[in-house]
Write a new protein. Structure first.
Length: 454
């Protein structure tokens, strides 16, 4: 690659001259006098996609990012698929956005999975899949690399409210209050907490939370929050600070905003692209994929919560409850529902199944196939005729250490791209198609794969 032109392109990008950067990256791509080394094709298409995003051309950016993923030697699969997910989300194509976020979090080399989990959660909320979104936001909050778990916890609370589980929403919101955040986020959090308290019948706490949200006079309650605020005030005025019966929700037309903190009203995405070669020179932050926010600091003591085991989390939550009871002198009443049990185990299992996870996994099936192709007929689907199995296994170069280059995963079908090493030392690339077989996977097709033709 022509390194001089490449550096010019990066300099133009740093100056926000995105058209100049795009032209320079394109020259690098087309420069026949400087052949591209392995991985450089993917790098250039990655950067071209970033420029196109800055120039507000997500359709062309998707094409460029897709070309980058076709370069098996390029090792930024997670970052590229995250950008692909963001690009699809900006076009309101949330189904495809979720698929690419899933690929991003499955990349072991991607060290910022919380970004993809956050984007996935917001996209799932847009699709009305509150339970699945809650699982994604939990993963984002518990990611040690996440500098801003506050918004993930707030959005988790939104999911719980959508699932009619206000007590769990209260636990999530109260946990988020332990972290530093900007005033506008804190105000939004207290307003949501107030509505969760109302749904739980804790009217005095609701009044306190609502008043905390508007105390600096910079935040205005939504229509639904205003209605809940007035209900809470009326209940307290009548001497009823605690209501044991179920609080009926207000009509849907005035219901609380369930879109999540980071989801704009029109669903548009505002995001930062990633330069994988920036190193220490730049620090990119992928938070807030649907609304531009600033990262918030997290102290070491606060971050300890997200490094803890499930047992430690339970102890921590119980400690908060004990402190709260002592401070408010409410005796033996238990007010905190542990945050670890965020979703029912059944809901989590369904989510994992719909996201393409299974046992044995796609990787295990493919490795077994290539380890001994002639003896691996059991890994093929029962729908594949025996003569086709014999034809496909004849294409396979036996390799007990086959390399998994990438994977497109969905609930019922998956595609795995692999590179096998021949006995002579050469490399052959394959595209392996798999179909769901109960909890696991079976091979349905094997064919040679030529990235340059895809």
């Amino acid at each position: 690659m022509n390194n001089e032109v490449f550096q010019q392109a990066r300099a133009s990008y740093a100056r926000k001259d995105y058209e100049g950067a795009l032209a320079a990256y394109t020259r690098c791509l087309q420069d026949a006098g400087h052949p591209l080394a392995p991985g450089e094709l993917g790098l250039l298409y990655h950067q071209i996609g970033n420029c196109l995003i800055k120039l507000k051309n997500p359709n062309e950016a998707i094409h460029a990012y897709t070309q980058a993923t076709a370069d098996a030697a390029y090792d930024a699969c997670g970052a590229v698929n995250y950008n692909l997910g963001m690009a699809y989300a900006s076009l309101h194509d949330y189904e495809d956005a979720v698929k690419h976020f899933e690929i991003a979090v499955s990349d072991a080399k991607y060290d910022a999975r919380y970004k993809a989990y956050t984007g996935m959660g917001n996209a799932l909320l847009k699709l009305g899949k509150s339970a699945e979104a809650g699982v994604a936001f939990r993963e984002a909050a518990l990611d040690e690399a996440n500098p801003d778990p506050t918004k993930a916890l707030l959005n988790l609370g939104v999911c719980f409210m959508a699932l009619d589980r206000p007590a769990d929403a209260v636990a999530s919101y109260e946990s988020a209050l332990q972290f530093d955040m900007q005033p506008d986020t804190r105000n939004k959090l207290y307003a949501n907490l107030g509505q969760a308290y109302v749904a739980c019948g804790q009217m005095q706490k609701a009044v306190n939370a609502f008043e905390e949200s508007i105390t600096d006079k910079t935040y205005f309650l939504s229509d639904s929050a205003s209605v809940d605020y007035q209900r809470a005030i009326a209940a307290v005025a009548q001497g009823t600070s605690e209501i044991t019966q179920v609080i009926q929700p207000i009509p849907a037309a005035a219901s609380a905003d369930m879109s999540g903190l980071d989801v704009a009203a029109d669903g548009t995405a505002v995001y930062v692209d990633q330069d994988p070669y920036a190193g220490a020179q730049d620090s990119y932050y992928y938070a807030d994929p649907y609304a531009q926010q600033s990262p918030y600091g997290v102290s070491e003591s606060e971050d300890r919560f997200f490094n803890a085991s499930d047992e430690e989390l339970e102890q921590w939550s119980r400690g908060l409850a004990k402190q709260d009871r002592k401070r408010r002198n409410v005796g033996l009443k238990i007010v905190v529902v542990i945050i670890v049990l965020l979703l029912l185990a059944f809901g989590a299992a369904v989510f994992l199944y719909t996201q393409g996870w299974g046992y044995p996994s796609q990787e295990t099936v493919v490795e077994e196939l290539f380890a001994d192709p002639q003896a691996a007929s059991s890994v093929f689907s029962s729908e594949v005729p025996a003569d086709q199995i014999e034809s496909m296994t004849g294409l396979i170069s036996q390799d007990s250490d086959v390399a998994i280059d990438g994977m497109n995963r969905s609930m019922s079908a998956s595609t795995v791209y692999v590179t096998a090493t021949t006995p002579e030392g050469g490399e052959v690339q394959y595209e392996v198609s798999l179909v769901r077989d109960l909890a696991g996977w079976k091979v349905s097709n094997v064919e040679l794969y030529f990235p340059s033709q895809n």
